[in-house]
Design a protein around this ligand. Sequence first.
Ligand code: PLP
Length: 399
Amino acid sequence: MSRLDFDFYESEDPVWNPALLTIPVPGIRKMVNLAATMDDVIHLSIGQPDAPTPPHVIHATIDALEAGQTGYTMDAGLPELLEALAEYNSERYGRPISPENILVTTGATEAIYLALTAVSAPGREFIVPDPSFMLYAPLIRMNGGEVKYIPTRAENNHQLDPQEVIDAIDNNTHAIILNSPSNPTGTVYPRETVEAIVQEAAYRGIYVLSDEVYDHLIYDNRDYASVLSCCSDLDHVMIMSSFSKTFSMAGMRIGWLIASQGAIRKLRRYHMFTTTVANTPCQWAGVAALRGDRSFIDKTVDIYRQRRDRLVELVNQTPYLEGYTPEGAFYLFPALPEGVNGNNVALRMLRETGVCTIAGDTFGESCRNAIRISYATSIENIERAFERIIPWMEKQDFG
Ligand SMILES: Cc1ncc(COP(=O)(O)O)c(C=O)c1O
């Protein structure tokens, strides 16, 4: 075992809170660290946009720094950004959202951290699609909550069956986690699915926590059903999002959480005790992103869509990979034959072809025979990668 693979939380040192054991050895780091020791690696592993941040957003950050905007903002966020986010979300989702419904956070990651750890507690059960973004289950378990997974499958485009979610609700169910478009599957849930889940949850007094960081990366002019456009009020929902993916601002670390005013008041206090406030100059960048020219979004969505189409074709030509057409984000999560260990395949493929993907078990328990392929990279890189993957797969014998 290399030092990098060693799970230091499992050491005997009593200094660590045993709750940290819920945090897995990150599968993504393992692959990327190994790739860093190799030459000529093609990354299909990237979880962030490759397009440069729009220039007017960069200039707004520099202007803010030069104007001395380097102190703390108000705890809920920069008032100008709260106002811009309220207008943008009200307009986009056709419902009134006021600045008091919003908390500005350090990326969607902080919003997810605050939401999950503020509501998870022993005896509470959380329904989570499997596979899903790797933060949710550990944050729930760290605070004593339990995870009930709902498996989704490549053969079904990883769609979530709303009836299966509703049937999984029992007396201990506290919340349902949604992430559409999904990381790692790229699946976009249709409006009927989101409405059915949100309505049943409201009726049963259960929260829906919705991670919508990829809400703009939707292809083929599909309708996007944000939870914000499917709920009758904000009493049982929290929506987490950010500038990271839509505006290529991942490293600027600005996100937000939308919820009822009562929930925001509680979370504001918690936020004060975690990060205090988000990065001030980059909150100004967020104002520029929302108030300025947004044509960047359509341009990048069109580029991602072309890459997606090419990737789907190449996956369909690859032996042993069962693909589908993802409708959003920039991931495809093809399945290998049942029983094949995706972790071994991803590692061997990296070692033997120099193509870096991410093993399916990074994202849950029911998808050990899958790999995640990211198309946040050029069509040329995708094509070069499959010039290596296809002959390599042809040589495998997965029965
Ligand atoms: C589904 C999902 N949620 C949240 C995040 C984190 O976003 P942020 O950069 O805003 O913290 C990511 C990043 O990869 C993601 O894929």
